[in-house]
Each structure stands twice: as C-alpha cells, then as structure tokens.
Ligand binder design. Structure first.
Ligand SMILES: NC(=O)c1ccc[n+]([C@@H]2O[C@H](COP(=O)([O-])OP(=O)(O)OC[C@H]3O[C@@H](n4cnc5c(N)ncnc54)[C@H](O)[C@@H]3O)[C@@H](O)[C@H]2O)c1
Length: 476
C-alpha cells in the first residue's frame, strides 16, 4: 500500500457531502448548517478494576437535531476518536434521512479493546459510560437513542437500558432509550441480523435493475456471484450467510483481523465463524488457503466486494488495485473520498454506506416504536392477518383446481405463509420495503441526471434535500 496522506474520516464525509451539494440549489448558508456537527461531548471516567483505577475516554456526538430523538450506535474500539465519532454521527443524519426514519444523527464511542476485559468488568465500564451519558440526556428515549456498533451488541444494549431505567424509575418509556436490546429486554425480532439483512436486500434491489447492473459490468442475478467479505462480525457474517444460503452467491474470500481465507469453490460463513470463536482467528481453517496479509485480498478479482469492518480500508493506496466490479459499503466509510474518485473513474460501482447499512437503523426504528407503543408487534392484528393469509391460501388452492393445474400447495408453504403474520416476518418485510423504496429514490437521480455520475452522490443529494426540507419546515 502506498503511503499517501489522506484526510481524516470526518473530512472524507464532508468532501462527499460537498460533492453532492454542488449539484443542488440550497439557500445560502444552509449547506454549512447541515454539514457541521452540532456538538460532541467528551467524557473521562474512572473504574476500579483489578485493584487499580483505570481511566476511560468516551464520546457522544450529536450531528444534527433537525429531528429528535437523534440516533446512532455506540462503538467500543481502541482507535475510537472524536474525528471518527463525528464522521459516523454525520453519516447517521444522512442515512436516517435517506431511508426516512424520523431521527437526527448521533454516534458514540468508547476507547477500549473489549477483548481485554472479563464480562463483569465490561458491564461495570458500560454502565458507568451509560450513566455519564444519561445524566446529560445523551441517552434518552425522546432525545438520544443509541444502538450497537462495532464491539457492542445486545448484551451492552441491555446493560445500557437497565442503567437508564434505574436512573429514571418513573419513565414509562425508559426501554426506548436504546435499541438493539435482547428480546427479553424489550428488543425486537430481526434486529441482530438487520444490517446484514439490509445489505442482502440492497443487493437484491440493485440486481432487479439490469441497466444498473450493466454499469458495474455485471449481468444476471446474485446467483453464482463471487463475493469477498471483510469482517465476519455482526454485519459481515449475516450478509455473507444470507447471500450464500438464499441467493446462491459464492463467498470466495473472508478477510479477518489475523489474515484472510480464500477458496474459489466458496466457504460457509457459519463454519468460519465457529472456527473464529474456537481459535480466535481464521488461521488454520481447513479447506481454504490462508493469506497472512488480509488487506491484499481486498485486491482479488471478484464480482462483489463487501467491506464490513473498518473505515478507510479502500484508499488512495490500493484503489487502483481493486478488481471488484461492485462494492457495497456494509461498513461505514470503508472507501475514502480519494479512492471513491479513482474507482468512479475506473467504472467500479459503489453502493454507498448511507444506504447499504441502513438496515440496522431501520429495524431500530421498529424497535423504538414497539417500545413506545408498549405492545408486541402484530398482537392486535394477528387474527386478521391470519384470517387474511388463510383466505389467500384457499384462493390459491381454488385457482389451481379451477385451472386444472394439478399442483398442490405444500404443507411447508402453507405453514410458512400462515406464519407470515409474526413479528420477524413483519420486520423483514418492513425492512425490505424500506431498502427497495430508498434505492429507487436515489438510483432514479443517478439514472436521470447526467451531472450526477455515481450512486453515492445521488444518495447524498436525496438525503440532503430531505434534511433541508425539514429545516425549511422549521423556518430556518
Ligand atoms: N452493527 C450494526 O447494526 C451496524 C449498523 C450500521 C453500520 N455498521 C457498521 O458496520 C461495520 C461493522 O460493524 P459490526 O457491528 O459488524 O462490528 P463487529 O464488531 O460485530 O464486527 C467487526 C468485525 O470486523 C473484524 N475486523 C476488525 N478489524 C479488522 C481488520 N483490520 N480486518 C478485517 N477484519 C477486521 C472483527 O474481527 C469483527 O469480526 C462498522 O463500520 C459499523 O459502523 C454496523
């Protein structure tokens, strides 16, 4: 990789933002107002661990409060810094606008390597961080609602929810202070898989438009497409698993922290995940070639590259070497602004982060609404839904008999159809609908406007227009 100085993550997001603004006609000063990060709170706190006090640094940025609550994950990683958190908060503003979840943008982070701590220590640290944020309303069901991100998951969200509830015992909406909780703590079915599922739905929608697929110099469907995924965590694992199992795509390489696995015949993400859980890394996994320099595997020939780990992994140092036809940004900010320009000129199509990984916040929205309504999804309409499903099944059977088609609905089809009214089915169909509608809104701009040459700029144009409309409605 060449050593080329590139701007920071936040500056990269700002460059992409300004590229889009150049194609818009906004009133003077409004673009600057939308672009700036409203506030970033830095907290330093001590926790007594193993007989000594350890000090931690954390952040919560609020990028835009054009809608409230503001929303965005909390990341636990050693490299967390203010620039990164502000970039991620800005992306949340644009993402929420694009997929029409009624939130402003926020993000949080704690400088910590979670793998170095015991579970009970992590609980102590997380609760203390949550306390520091909640006492300043930076965790609050009506003002600021975190969610999982890198290094955090259901477990941490449950601790945060419990901490907030202890501090606000009379708040009937306390559970809605954070999303991504386990089911038994007010979570929703389908949230864990949501971001990876959203990546799958985004790709499916892309492949429904042959003229878009042709721009990536690809043809056909997802079946048989060769996929490389970087990061087999929450997002990368689910995306790879669903694409392999349900769309017949082939996962030919998996890049992780300690190196990469390659196998042209395809790999099973479940088997690799089990191997990582047992051995701490991908090295030694049977039936695949291990490559120690994982980053180089990003440059392997493939149809679809799915960066699902860190930001800035595709940069000016390796952009010219990337041989993927299509990149879908499952991670936030995996392609720098400089690399974006190189890849655009080379004709590589990029499905941008603000759309590609919006599945998480979409299902978080469903969870938040579920918490505020205090009722399980589907409980009130379940009987109707079932009756409706039953009628449809009967109608299908009648049609087949009437037309003497000679086929019968399999018991499995009927069972699955009749279960269609459950929470998971509702969540998945709501997510699918969101991803399809959002894609169509900005892909149309990409197709119809000659001056907008890429999907990222088109997505930013649509998102910024929505934030601007919201400011206009407020009289700003
Ligand atoms: N979790 C969500 O709901 C969500 C939603 C939207 C966006 N995202 C974004 O997706 C990305 C991944 O988040 P996640 O929740 O899956 O995190 P995660 O912690 O579950 O997984 C990250 C994975 O990346 C791997 N990894 C770390 N450094 C790596 C490296 N240098 N090379 C290769 N692999 C490496 C880790 O070992 C881990 O398996 C982040 O950019 C995050 O902001 C996550």
């Amino acid at each position: 990789m060449l050593d080329i100085k590139e701007p920071g993550f936040r500056e990269n997001v700002d460059l992409m933002f300004r590229r889009a603004v150049a194609h818009m006609d906004l009133p003077p000063g409004l673009a600057e107002k939308i672009q700036i990060c409203n506030s970033t709170y830095t907290v330093r706190f001590g926790v007594r661990l193993r007989g000594r006090i350890e000090t931690f640094v954390g952040y919560r940025s609020v990028h835009s409060e054009h809608m409230e609550p503001v929303k965005g994950g909390i990341r636990f990683a050693p490299e967390v810094n203010q620039n990164e958190v502000e970039a991620l908060a800005a992306l949340m503003t644009y993402k929420c606008a694009l997929v029409e979840t009624p939130f402003g943008g926020s993000k949080g982070g704690l400088c910590i390597d979670p793998r170095k701590y015991e579970e009970h220590e992590l609980e102590q640290i997380t609760r203390r961080f949550a306390y520091e944020l909640a006492k300043r309303d930076l965790i609050h069901p009506a003002q600021n609602v975190p969610a999982p991100d890198m290094g955090t998951g259901e477990r941490e969200m449950a601790w945060i929810a419990d901490q907030y509830t202890r501090m606000n015992t009379t708040d009937i909406n306390a559970r809605a202070c954070v999303t991504g909780k386990p089911l038994n703590a007010g979570g929703i079915k389908g949230r864990v898989e949501a971001t990876g599922r959203g990546v799958q739905f985004a790709l499916r929608e892309f492949f429904r438009h042959p003229e878009d697929v042709a721009k990536a110099q690809l043809t056909g469907t997802l079946a048989g497409k060769r996929i490389i995924v970087q990061g087999l965590g929450n997002v990368g694992y689910h995306a790879a698993k669903f694409l392999r199992e349900e769309d017949d795509s082939r996962v030919i390489a998996i890049i992780e922290r300690d190196g990469a696995l390659m196998n042209d015949e395809g790999m099973d993400p479940d088997a690799v995940r089990d191997w990582i859980a047992e051995h701490g890394g991908v090295s030694g996994f049977p039936d695949a070639t291990f490559v120690e320099d994982g980053a180089r595997v990003l440059e392997q020939e493939c149809d679809i590259l799915i960066p699902a780990a860190l930001e800035g992994v595709i940069n000016m140092g390796n952009a010219n070497a990337i041989r993927a036809h299509l990149i879908i940004e499952a991670a936030n900010g995996p392609v720098t602004a400089g690399a974006d320009e190189i890849l655009r000129e080379r004709g590589v199509v990029i499905i941008p982060d603000l759309y590609a990984n919006a599945g998480g916040v979409t299902v978080s929205y469903f969870e938040w609404v579920k918490n505020l309504s205090h009722i399980r999804f589907g409980r009130m309409q379940r009987r109707n839904e079932e009756a409706h499903a039953m009628l449809l099944v009967k109608e299908l059977e009648r049609l087949s008999a009437d037309r003497e088609l000679g086929w019968e609905l399999s018991p499995d089809f009927k069972r699955r159809y009749l279960q269609g009214a459950d929470e998971l089915a509702l969540v998945r169909s709501g997510l699918d609908d969101t991803m399809r509608t959002a894609y169509q809104s900005f892909a149309e701009v990409w197709r119809s406007r000659k001056d907008v040459q890429d999907l990222r700029t088109a997505a930013f144009v649509v998102a910024i227009e929505k934030v601007a409309a919201s400011y206009r409605a407020k009289g700003l």
